[in-house]
Design a protein around this ligand. Structure first.
Ligand SMILES: Cc1cc2nc3c(=O)[nH]c(=O)nc-3n(C[C@H](O)[C@H](O)[C@H](O)COP(=O)(O)OP(=O)(O)OC[C@H]3O[C@@H](n4cnc5c(N)ncnc54)[C@H](O)[C@@H]3O)c2cc1C
Length: 415
């Protein structure tokens, strides 16, 4: 592959991981982002690095809970007024994906994508400034209800089938493991083989710096279209100006579908807005990430302080943030961590790239031989990113991918 070039659109965790794996495969890489490196969804996620994430959100039972969440202004799910009809087809497809058989298929695909995340991070970070940003901390799931933290029987079956180790905890064991938590939790589950990223933004910036040192060119500009000839993409348009390309990888997160549509493959990608607050000097120090399974948000210790992240809000890619949802996280922080100090709180919102069956798109563009798609990891992209990058580099290099990529084909949406 010596001298062959690839242009990667999007410098989030998926794009920078792709760049590094492509370099290892011998390609010369250009990485383009409309903003600064790592300032999309990869900036503000909860940093849960989860080989054991094998339970989809779309699972039997969710549609019984969802109306209650939607009606509760403090609930974990929201659709902006005026956006409901727009998102309805997406929601209808999501309903179909939440049947038992479909959910089990999704779970197996998630296992293939997430199972190797720690090894993939290790391969990319070893000997670099990003080494040490990932820790095998374990993750704690807690519920204020008895026997609830492990989820449904199906969720437990999915973890068992994937060989994910879990340790059930009663209220006293939760207290022993994480004394900073309020004594309100009645059931818990420890996933000892999951981990955390201590600073997701720093991770993406460091990996991009490694790629640059290895010879990558990093450009700032918005990809607005393509010049094509037959089944070949000849050039990308950066802010309207043509730049010739030999191969192009679309890894533009929640904005990817505008680009794939330009390449003849419209996809039902939605921006699933999430929020975080990061509390500097919180005065409490949880040892490991804690997921409140009733309220669906994560509290993660990070180098910058304590981060609370969550919420799924549908309102379109360009909707202004509703900061009220971030304010709710402050109330949650006070309830979960007695004595937490909220003097230094920053807030953020970002768009998860979400397809209605909960899986990403990963593979060659259906209408072009030299264009490739790698996006759509919704709630799990910080975990999936380094594996997505490895697999897309294998595909670009014409090798057999190391995981079965058929569940990630565009053909599931008729593409
Ligand atoms: C609140 C919240 C909490 C989360 N917690 C976790 C977690 O704990 N664990 C986990 O695994 N995942 C988590 N996620 C999900 C994870 O953050 C995302 O799935 C992941 O960051 C997506 O990465 P990406 O590289 O695909 O997209 P992004 O990070 O969004 O990167 C895409 C990049 O493409 C650029 N771009 C877009 N359009 C163009 C264009 N036309 N031209 C040029 N550049 C363009 C953007 O500027 C952006 O930098 C969370 C997400 C949110 C919102």
């Amino acid at each position: 592959m010596s001298g062959a070039t690839v242009t990667v659109v999007g410098a989030g965790i998926v794009g920078v991981s792709s760049a590094l794996w492509l370099q290892r495969a011998g390609f010369v890489v250009t990485l383009i982002d409309s903003g600064a490196v790592g300032e999309g969804a990869s900036f503000g996620n909860a940093g849960n690095i989860s080989p054991g994430s094998v339970v989809p959100y779309l699972i039997p039972g969710i549609w019984k809970q969802a109306p209650g969440w939607l009606l509760n202004p403090e609930g974990p799910l929201a659709v902006r007024p005026g956006y409901f009809l727009k998102v309805l087809p997406w929601l209808m497809t999501a309903v179909k994906s939440a049947g038992e058989e479909a959910a089990l298929r999704t779970s197996r695909a998630m296992h293939a994508l997430h199972g190797g995340t720690l090894e993939a991070y290790d391969a990319l970070t070893r000997g670099t400034e990003a080494e040490g940003l990932i820790e095998l901390s374990g993750q704690l799931f807690v519920s204020e209800k008895p026997n609830a933290a492990a989820g449904s029987a199906l969720a437990q079956r999915m973890r068992a089938e994937a060989g994910v180790k879990t340790v059930p905890l009663d209220w006293m064991e939760i207290r022993e493991l994480e004394p900073s938590l309020a004594p309100i939790f009645k059931s818990g589950m420890l996933l000892p083989n999951n981990g955390r990223c201590k600073n997701p933004h720093q991770m993406v910036k460091s990996l991009a710096a490694v790629a640059e040192r290895n010879g990558a060119t990093i450009l700032r500009g918005k990809v607005t279209g393509f010049q094509t000839e037959g089944k070949t993409v000849r050039a990308i348009l950066i802010d309207g100006v043509a730049k010739p390309v030999e191969r192009v990888v679309i890894a533009a997160g929640a904005a990817s579908s505008a680009l794939t549509e330009n390449l003849g493959t419209p996809l039902p990608l939605e921006a699933e807005r999430g929020y975080h607050i990061t509390i500097a000097d919180p005065g409490v120090a949880p040892r490991l990430p804690v997921t409140h399974t009733d309220c669906k948000f994560v509290c993660s210790p990070m180098n910058m302080g304590l981060r609370l992240a969550g919420t799924a809000e549908f309102g379109g890619l360009d909707a202004a943030p509703n900061w009220q949802r971030a304010e709710l996280l402050k109330t949650q922080a006070q309830r979960m961590f007695p004595g937490v100090k909220l003097d230094k709180v920053s807030r953020w919102s970002g768009n998860r790239p979400s397809l209605p069956d909960g899986l990403p798109v990963l593979g060659t563009a259906p209408k072009f031989d030299n264009a490739f798609f790698a996006f759509g990891n919704s709630h799990f992209g910080m975990s999936a990113g380094p594996v997505m990058g490895k697999v897309i580099a294998e595909i670009v290099a014409g090798k057999k991918p190391s995981i079965d990529v058929s569940p990630f084909s565009t053909s599931r949406f008729g593409g």
